[in-house]
Ligand binder design. Structure first.
Ligand code: FCB
Length: 482
C-alpha cells in the first residue's frame, strides 16, 4: 500500500491489521531467580544447572534477572516500551513444589500480582504453563516417560485456570515440546540430561497428551479463553538434490512430530521408527485428545536448517536434524548468522507461516497464528555513552517483520508477534553468555538498559506499522550490520 504524505513526498505505509498484538516473551526459569523463595521446589533445570559441566561457566538460574523481586519495575519498563502483551511462563514448582498435591499459595500470589500489575498497565498477559522446568519431584517419579506426568500437568493447569481465571485471555500449554524431548531426553544437552531414544519417544507422546488433557481442562474452566501452544518450527531445506530425501525425514522429526498430531491427530509417517512413540504407549482416544481444536498455534521461529550431501565430512553439530541421511548441516555462505551461529533467513519465517496456514485442517478451522518467539542473540555491550547500539538485532527485526507483514498480505491469519526476549536472561546451556533481550541486563548489578532495538520496537508497537525508512529495501538486511 502506498500513500503520499502532506509534504508531497512518496512514502510506503506498511501497516498491520488493527488490534495486531505486539508483545515480548520470557520464561520463568530464565528470568525469575528466587529459586528457593517462598516455598518454591526445585525443577529439573535447578538440578541440571547445578550439575558441574552442564551449563557454560557453571551458571544457574538461582538469581537470573531477579524478576521475582523486581517485577514491578520491569512492568513499568514494559509499559514505557509500549508493549501490548507480555508472554511469560509459570514455574510449576512454585505452585506445587513437587509437581503434585498441595498448592503453595505464595506461588499463586506471585503470579496473581503479576497478572494484576499487567492489567493495571493495560498489558495483556499471555501465560505459558510449561516452559521446560518440570518439578524435580515428577522427574524423580519417571518424568515425561511416565504417563502420569501428563495427568499431573492437567491438574496443575486446572489450578492455574482457577487462580487466574478470566484475567488472562491467552493460554499456552507447552513451549517447544520438541526441544524437551530431543535436547532434554535424547541428546542430554538440556535438563534433565537423559540420552535415551525410548525415553525421548515416550516423552514426545506424554507431552502431547499433557497438552490435550490440559487444553480440555482449561476449555471447561475458561470457555472464553484463547488456547494454544508454542511450537518451534524450522524450515528444513536441501542444498543439493542428494539431501532432499533426508530433508523430508528431518522435517518430520523436527517439525511434524509435534505439529501433525496437534493438527491432524497422527504422527508423521516420514519420521524414523525410533523417534516415534510405540503403539503400546498410544491409548484409545489419545490422538483425538491431542488434536483437540485450538484457538491459535504459536510459532517460535529463529532459523532455517540446510542439509547437504556429507561427502565424507563428519559434523559435530548435534542440534541440526539430519534425518539419519548421509548428509551434514550446511551454512549457505550468502546467509549471515547470529551470535548463536544460527542462520538468518527471514524468508524461512514467511515460508513456515505459509506452510502452517495451508495445513490447518477443517477440525482446526478458525485457528489463528501467533509468532510466540522470534529474535536473535548478539554481542551487545553498553558503550561509553551508556548506549546499547544493537544494530544486528534491529537488522534481524527488520527482516523478520518484513516477512510477517508480507505473510499477512498473502493471507496468513497472524494476530500477533512476541519478541524473544524482553530481557537478556539465562539462555539455558549457554548460561548468561548469550544475550537475546531488547533490554540489556547487567547481571552483576541487575541494572537494565534499554537497547536501541527496543526503541525501534516501541515505535512499531505504538504506530502498528513498519518504519517508513525500512521501505523499499525488501527483506534485505542492513548492510554491514551482521
Ligand atoms: C527457544 C526457547 C527460549 C529461548 C530461545 C532463544 O528455543 O523457547 O526459551 O531460549 O529459544
Amino acid at each position: 500500500m502506498s500513500a503520499t504524505d502532506t509534504s508531497g513526498s512518496a512514502k510506503t505505509v506498511r501497516a498491520f491489521p488493527e488490534g495486531f498484538v505486539w508483545g515480548a516473551a520470557t520464561a520463568a526459569y530464565q528470568i525469575e531467580g528466587a529459586a528457593t523463595a517462598d516455598g518454591r521446589g526445585p525443577s529439573v533445570w535447578d538440578t541440571f544447572s547445578h550439575t558441574p559441566g552442564k551449563v557454560r561457566g557453571g551458571d544457574t538460574g538461582d538469581i537470573a534477572c531477579d524478576f521475582y523481586n523486581r517485577s514491578e519495575e520491569d512492568l513499568d519498563l514494559m509499559k514505557s516500551l509500549g508493549l501490548a502483551a507480555f508472554r511469560f511462563s509459570i514455574s510449576w514448582s512454585r505452585i506445587q513444589p513437587t509437581g503434585s498435591g498441595a498448592i503453595n499459595q505464595a506461588g499463586i500470589d506471585f503470579y496473581r500480582r503479576l497478572v494484576d500489575g499487567l492489567r493495571e498497565r493495560e498489558i495483556a498477559p499471555a501465560i505459558t504453563l510449561f516452559h521446560w522446568d518440570l518439578p524435580q519431584g515428577l522427574e524423580d517419579a519417571g518424568g515425561w516417560a511416565n504417563r502420569d506426568t501428563a495427568e499431573r500437568f492437567a491438574d496443575y493447569a486446572q489450578i492455574m485456570a482457577e487462580a487466574i481465571g478470566s484475567d488472562c485471555d491467552d493460554w499456552m500449554t507447552l513451549n517447544e515440546p520438541q526441544v524437551v524431548a530431543n535436547q532434554g531426553y535424547r541428546l542430554g544437552i538440556h535438563a534433565p540430561g537423559v540420552t535415551d531414544d525410548a525415553i525421548a519417544a515416550a516423552t514426545t507422546h506424554h507431552l502431547l497428551l499433557a497438552h490435550g488433557l490440559a487444553t480440555q481442562r482449561l476449555r471447561s474452566a475458561l470457555p472464553a479463553a484463547k488456547l494454544g501452544l508454542a511450537l518451534n518450527l524450522n524450515v528444513v531445506k536441501a542444498a543439493d538434490s542428494f539431501a532432499e530425501a533426508a530433508a523430508v525425514v528431518a522435517d518430520a522429526e523436527q517439525n511434524r512430530i509435534f505439529m501433525d498430531p496437534i493438527l491432524h491427530g497422527s504422527y508423521p509417517a516420514a519420521a524414523r521408527p525410533h523417534m516415534l512413540p510405540p503403539e503400546s504407549l498410544i491409548e484409545d482416544g489419545d490422538m483425538d485428545l491431542i488434536s483437540t481444536p485450538l484457538d491459535f498455534i504459536g510459532i517460535n521461529y529463529y532459523a532455517p536448517f540446510y542439509l547437504k550431501r556429507a561427502d565424507g565430512v563428519v559434523s559435530t553439530d548435534r542440534r541440526t536434524p539430519t534425518g539419519g541421511g548421509d548428509v551434514v548441516p550446511f551454512m549457505p555462505p550468502h546467509l549471515p548468522t547470529t551470535a548463536m551461529g544460527w542462520l538468518i533467513e527471514p524468508q524461512g519465517l514467511y515460508e513456515m507461516l505459509k506452510i502452517v496456514t495451508s495445513e490447518l485442517p477443517d477440525k482446526q478451522s478458525g485457528c489463528r497464528l501467533y509468532i510466540t518467539e522470534n529474535g536473535c542473540a548478539a554481542e551487545d555491550y553498553v558503550d561509553p555513552n551508556g548506549v546499547v547500539n544493537d544494530v544486528e538485532r534491529i537488522s534481524y527485526l527488520k527482516g523478520h517483520l518484513d516477512a510477517i507483514w508480507r505473510a499477512i498480505q498473502d493471507g496468513v491469519p497472524l494476530d500477533g508477534y512476541f519478541q524473544w526476549s524482553l530481557l537478556d536472561n539465562f539462555e539455558w546451556a549457554y548460561g548468561y553468555q548469550k544475550r537475546f533481550g531488547v533490554v540489556f541486563v547487567d547481571f552483576g548489578t541487575q541494572k537494565r538498559t534499554i537497547k536501541q532495538s527496543a526503541r525501534v520496537y516501541q515505535q512499531i508497537a505504538t504506530t502498528n506499522e513498519l518504519p517508513h525508512e525500512w521501505a523499499g529495501e525488501g527483506a534485505g538486511l542492513i548492510a554491514g550490520a551482521v
